[in-house]
Design a binder for this molecule. Structure first.
Ligand code: PLP
Length: 401
């Protein structure tokens, strides 16, 4: 079975990170501070604050910006559904802005339609690494006197006119999860140009305990997961876990288990900072390779796949390869799986957050949600494997016609 993704375990990175476990606590402080400085330089903002996760960064930003119960926050109609509970937990009312069916991003028009007297902030996402029209959205939000928060969980490396995403809005969140461009087995970053916001978030972070164990445990769990995915038994296990009604149950189980492994909102650790620093230094080279492989695959995908339009704004980063399939997606996934190609079970792509919030007026998000499949891609993928993926997709889509 060809898996959808691959988590990289580089020996040198891990050896360096493990050394951090043995170092005195002051060393962890210094490593985290060094990572924050490097990240801020990279994004081109005065402040970068390392957090427990991308979600944690968003939570701290919402709090720091003073959003309170009853305030409205505009959110993308097609993004990670797990962002909604943390918004709801603060009593903030999330209002979805629809996504463009071609770019899969929110647009100035869709945001404008949702701006109202109770709007207190706008959250946008640069989905799958493709920048949204952030300048126009910031100008619009400015007219209404509300801040823009950029969700850059997928987009480290994306630029507009040489300027990194994350430097346009009032604040931005990045994720350092195991599958993200700079993977530190959890963790996130809040980047901001706002001194007062940075100080408020720093004050909240300073009370946290730095416990190394959750990230180390996450690394061990991810390593075990990766061994299963690479083993010959994976095909059998995948069929067992991902077929029919079991797929939904497995998705729920996996999300819950993931939450448990993620642990509490502690402080970013020395182990994570060392990993993240090394990977930050290589993120551009990784992205160039990934973009090149992605373009090669996209150029030869069967006609029934429409990939995200990414040539509109700036230079995209490559997060992963998602395509919208013009046909029965469930049948496609099942047939691909029988042919040894893991196209996932649906939950791994983004969620129709509009529907989750009870809105039925976001056709762009509904369209993307019902058709999206994630095609396997990683930056070390061999030519042979790429050829196998293309041949399998050709065969399977031909049979389903
Ligand atoms: C669009 C988007 N935003 C935010 C996040 C949250 O990141 P984390 O998993 O680090 O909390 C993710 C994670 O996958 C994401 O896909």
């Amino acid at each position: 079975m060809i898996p959808r993704r691959r988590i990289v375990f580089e020996f040198d990175d891990l050896a360096d990170a493990v050394r951090a476990l043995l170092a005195p606590p002051e060393r962890a402080e210094a490593d985290v501070a060094a990572f924050e400085r490097a990240f801020a330089r990279r994004v081109g903002v005065p402040h970068a604050l390392a957090t427990a996760s991308g979600r944690d960064a968003l939570d701290l930003i919402l709090d720091g910006l003073g959003l309170r119960a009853g305030d409205e926050l505009i959110v993308p109609a097609y993004t990670l559904g797990e962002l909604l509970p943390l918004i709801a937990a603060r009593g903030i009312v999330a209002v979805p802005a629809d996504t463009d069916p071609a770019s899969l991003n929110v647009t100035p028009d869709s945001v404008a339609r949702r701006l109202g007297p109770r709007t207190r902030a706008v959250l946008v996402v640069h989905l799958l690494g493709a920048p949204c029209d952030i300048r126009a959205i910031c100008a619009l939000a400015d007219e209404h006197g509300v801040p823009v928060i950029e969700d850059c969980a997928h987009a480290l490396g994306a630029r507009i006119d040489g300027c990194s995403v994350g430097a346009f809005g009032r604040a931005a969140l990045f994720s350092l999860e195991a599958t993200k461009p700079v993977a530190a087995f959890g963790g996130g970053v809040c980047a901001t140009t706002d001194d007062a916001l940075a100080a408020a978030i720093r004050a909240r972070l300073s009370g946290r305990r730095r416990r190394e164990w959750p990230a180390v445990r996450k690394a061990l769990v991810k390593f075990a997961e990766e061994m299963v995915v690479r083993s010959p038994a994976y095909g059998f296990l995948a069929r067992l876990m991902f077929s029919g009604r079991r797929a939904g149950r497995f998705d729920r189980f996996y999300r819950r288990a993931h939450e448990r492994v993620r642990g509490v909102a502690g402080a970013f650790t020395g182990f994570q900072a060392r990993l993240a620093l090394r990977r930050l230094a290589r993120v551009d080279a990784r992205d160039r390779r990934l973009n090149r492989l992605r373009d090669e695959l996209v150029a030869r995908l069967p006609a029934r796949f429409v990939v995200q339009r990414r040539d509109g704004i700036g230079t995209p980063a490559c997060y992963n390869l998602v395509a919208l399939y013009d046909g029965d997606v469930v049948a496609l996934r099942a047939a691909a799986q029988r042919a040894g190609l893991d196209l996932g079970i649906g939950g791994e792509v983004m969620d129709d957050t509009a529907r989750m919030l009870g809105f039925d007026d976001c056709p762009g998000a509904a369209h993307a949600y019902s058709r999206a499949v994630q095609i396997p891609l990683h930056d070390r993928m061999s030519r042979r494997r790429r050829e196998r993926i293309l041949a399998t997709l050709d065969r399977v889509t031909g049979e389903l016609r």
